[in-house]
Ligand binder design. Structure first.
Ligand code: NAD
Length: 261
């Protein structure tokens, strides 16, 4: 007997993250938004977070998705707040039952020359970029251990590998993410949890839009591929690490147009 599948059934069979539950922090704009959109297009239920009580990004993305794909859901969560993060993870586990993919994407800069850097410039960046990583990854790893599997993708930066003037605070957090990720990859590999890092170079988002144009042009001169990357370029790497890389863990993928090789 032959069964004829509808076009919708055929395309849903090829979705790379069909019915997976993915949490993307800071998914309201920029790189996180592009990851959320791509994951939902590939069939995942994606929870994005931001600081505001409500946000339009989820409904904006959902309005563009085909019926057989996944959906994006918004939850408010201040990333520096351990109690808020615990509540976020509990609410996702109650509502969706599991977390298959975690993308620790939320991050901030607070640039200042080192000798002028104030304590709060340092502490704020540590809190969002590094403390939140610890607060959130811990309960998620607990859940993934019970599930016997999961993929974690942590957003570093080429600055964490190579340093950058006026970004001692930011570069320190982005370097810290490497040691954090490799240690968890070693500790939880046997539970089926893979942990990898993406280190973007210059990506066109509101974060890099803050740079003066002449500085942007100067950076572009040193990029072999000749331009800043797009958020979608980073999302493509995040999809690969979530869905098509079963034997890859503890690695750092640079998405930087060849800036550092
Ligand atoms: P962005 O500033 O456009 O977006 C950051 C996201 O994080 C937003 O959704 C914001 O709401 C969220 N966020 C920030 N502080 C938060 C807080 N306290 N609580 C909750 N959410 C908070 O940034 P982007 O350019 O999309 O960068 C995303 C990640 O990629 C960051 O970790 C960044 O360091 C990294 N990165 C970006 C570039 C680049 O060129 N854009 C390069 C290297 C690394």
């Amino acid at each position: 007997m032959t069964t004829t599948l509808t076009q919708e059934e055929k395309s849903s069979m090829t979705l790379k993250l069909k019915d997976k539950i993915a949490l993307v922090t800071g998914g309201t704009r920029g790189i996180g938004k592009a990851i959320a959109e791509l994951y939902a297009q590939e069939g995942a239920q994606v929870i994005i977070t931001g600081r505001a009580a409500s946000n339009e990004t989820a409904s904006e993305i959902n309005s563009t998705l085909a019926p057989e794909t996944g959906k994006v859901h918004y939850k408010s969560c201040e990333m520096g707040d351990r109690a808020a993060i615990d509540a976020l993870v509990s609410s996702i586990l109650t509502e969706f039952g599991r977390i298959d993919v975690l993308v620790n994407n939320a991050g901030i800069t607070n640039d200042q020359l080192f000798i002028r850097m104030k304590d709060e410039d340092w502490t704020n960046v540590m809190n969002v970029n590094l403390n939140a990583l610890f607060y959130l990854t811990q309960p998620v790893v607990k859940a993934m251990s019970k599930q016997k599997g999961g993929a974690i993708i942590n957003m570093s930066s080429v600055v964490g590998l190579h340093g950058n003037p006026a970004q001692v605070n930011y570069a320190t957090t982005k370097a810290g993410i490497l040691g954090f990720s490799k240690s968890i990859a070693k500790e939880y590999g046997r539970r089926g949890i893979r942990v990898n890092v993406i280190a973007p170079g210059f990506i066109q988002t509101e974060m890099t839009d803050k740079l003066p144009e002449e500085i942007q042009n100067k950076y572009k001169e040193n990029i072999p591929l000749g331009d800043f990357g797009s958020a979608k370029d980073v999302a493509d790497a995040a999809l690969f690490l979530a869905a098509s890389s079963n034997y890859i863990t503890g690695q750092v993928i640079q998405v930087d147009g060849g800036l550092f090789m």
